[in-house]
Design a binder for this molecule. Structure first.
Ligand SMILES: Cc1cc2nc3c(=O)[nH]c(=O)nc-3n(C[C@H](O)[C@H](O)[C@H](O)COP(=O)(O)OP(=O)(O)OC[C@H]3O[C@@H](n4cnc5c(N)ncnc54)[C@H](O)[C@@H]3O)c2cc1C
Length: 425
């Protein structure tokens, strides 16, 4: 070996060692950088500038199970006094993970029941503001009994309104849910019906702070002006942001609404109104409201030619909307609903075997109609309370539920059997 080639070998060896060293240092720094907490923002500004788009970062920072929060403030939000916001701060004082605007919190509530007992309920409530440092906010509507009936009013919402006050403590699961706004350049159309406005407020506040130049529309449908939630806030935003278009729709305006003419449209939000108002651009639609509203609007948007990928929606309870795209969720077979007749459902713990009725909405209702008591919370695939092990067989979902069931389990409230199925219930 010549002295030149020896020198070359030595230099290459040193270069290689240096490259390995630098590689390791870079990896170390990159990990440290990724682990940094979100930038703290000025009061009133969103906590973390970031791109809503994946839940990975949220999952990493989220806490497991339930965490204790203190109610810092309780604020009435409408003239009719039926919606209250609750500002929640963590009891442990530790930082809060940000969330994706549109996501919700899950609460475990111990509600006073007869004979000094308590009844445990699990309910989900959407985060109603953009991520802020130090607190979360939810806004809850008092749910009355169905018109003309004598049953009790909504238990969890009555508990929040009547019993939860500033300084109450609540058990809360980390933000979750697949219904959230995505960063992008396309115009955003938010459609909120009634209390379905809450995730829209989170998306709106986030979008105007993070993407102030993005075109954003809000169609907000209520019966009358007394039901409008955070009206002054919405009007201020509309006045400050020329690219934000606020459209209020009253289905049953009161005389004072008619006199003030403080709404755009007398009637429900429908496809004709959207076609009339919206520019001919590829918009992203985010819809949340009562089941009949979703069941009318989603297929109508589809017929109008809006791609499935541009229609995002969430129901606060059971709904029968079918996604064109099949559901893909861990532990479940991805397939549109429509099981063949002749399927047998076995409830192993209850020792019952029943022929599936294709008319049943889901396995939870089917179990209940056969006298099998199953735990449930939201009945909308969001809270996970009805998660049940599948011993054999397969199930299918109409659309991917918000709560990802563990492998080998299903959410009874959101699926139907695809084959003969044996459930741990
Ligand atoms: C992802 C998600 C996000 C949500 N976000 C929000 C939000 O931001 N804000 C909000 O206010 N809500 C939200 N909800 C809805 C919320 O979770 C609850 O469903 C709602 O508050 C009603 O719960 P409750 O316990 O008060 O009513 P329940 O006790 O569950 O009662 C519901 C209705 O049934 C009636 N009822 C009671 N007993 C009977 C009976 N025997 N027969 C027939 N009817 C009966 C009640 O009078 C009431 O009208 C959300 C739901 C989901 C799934």
């Amino acid at each position: 070996m010549t002295s030149l080639s020896l020198l070359l070998w030595i230099v290459s060896g040193i270069a290689l060692q240096l490259a390995v060293f630098l590689g390791i240092r870079f990896r170390h720094h990159w990990r440290g950088y990724r682990a940094l907490p979100p930038r703290t923002a000025a009061p009133g500004q969103p906590a973390a500038r970031g791109a809503p788009g994946g839940t990975g970062a949220i999952a990493a920072a989220a806490w497991p199970g339930f965490r204790t929060f203190r109610v810092d403030r309780k604020v009435v939000e409408d003239a009719g006094q039926s919606v209250c916001s609750f500002y929640l701060v963590p009891e442990d004082g530790q930082p809060l993970p940000p969330f994706l605007p549109g996501q919700f919190l899950t609460f475990r509530l111990d509600i006073p029941a007869a004979a000094e007992n308590t009844e445990q309920l699990v309910r989900c409530y959407s985060l109603s503001d953009a991520p802020r440092p130090g607190h979360y906010r939810v806004s809850i509507k008092r749910v009355p009994p169905p018109e003309g009936s004598r049953v009790a009013p909504g238990r969890a919402s009555a508990f929040f309104h009547d019993r939860v006050t500033a300084d109450s403590f609540l058990q809360v699961r980390a933000p979750s849910g697949h219904f959230h706004i995505n960063r992008g350049g396309d115009p955003v159309v938010l459609i909120g019906g009634g209390i379905g406005i809450t995730p829209m407020l989170s998306m709106l506040n986030w979008c105007l702070a993070e993407q102030p130049d993005r075109e954003i529309w809000l169609f907000y449908g209520v019966r009358n002006g007394r039901e409008l939630v955070m009206k002054p806030h919405l009007e201020t935003l509309a006045a400050e942001h020329p690219n934000f278009h606020l459209r209020l729709c009253f289905s049953a305006p009161l005389p004072e609404d008619l006199a003030a003419q403080n709404y755009l449209h007398k009637g429900r939000i429908d496809i004709n109104l959207l076609r009339l108002q919206l520019p001919l651009k590829p918009c992203h639609f985010y819809i949340c409201g009562p089941a009949p509203m979703l069941e009318a609007l989603v297929p109508a948007l589809d017929e109008w030619g809006v791609p499935d990928t541009h229609i995002h929606f969430e129901a606060f309870g059971p709904s029968s909307i079918k996604r064109k795209q099949p559901a893909t969720t861990p532990g479940a077979t991805a397939q549109a609903v429509g099981p063949a007749a002749g399927i047998v459902v076995t409830f192993a713990k209850s020792g019952k075997q029943v022929a599936w009725q294709p008319a049943a909405n889901n396995l939870l209702e089917f179990a209940e109609s056969n006298g099998i008591a199953a735990a449930y919370g939201c009945r909308a695939g969001s809270c996970g309370t009805c998660q049940t092990a599948i011993r054999a067989g397969e199930v299918a979902y109409r659309q991917p539920p918000d709560y990802d069931p563990e492998p080998g389990t299903c959410l009874l409230c959101s699926c139907t059997p695809k084959t003969d199925v044996t459930l741990e219930a």
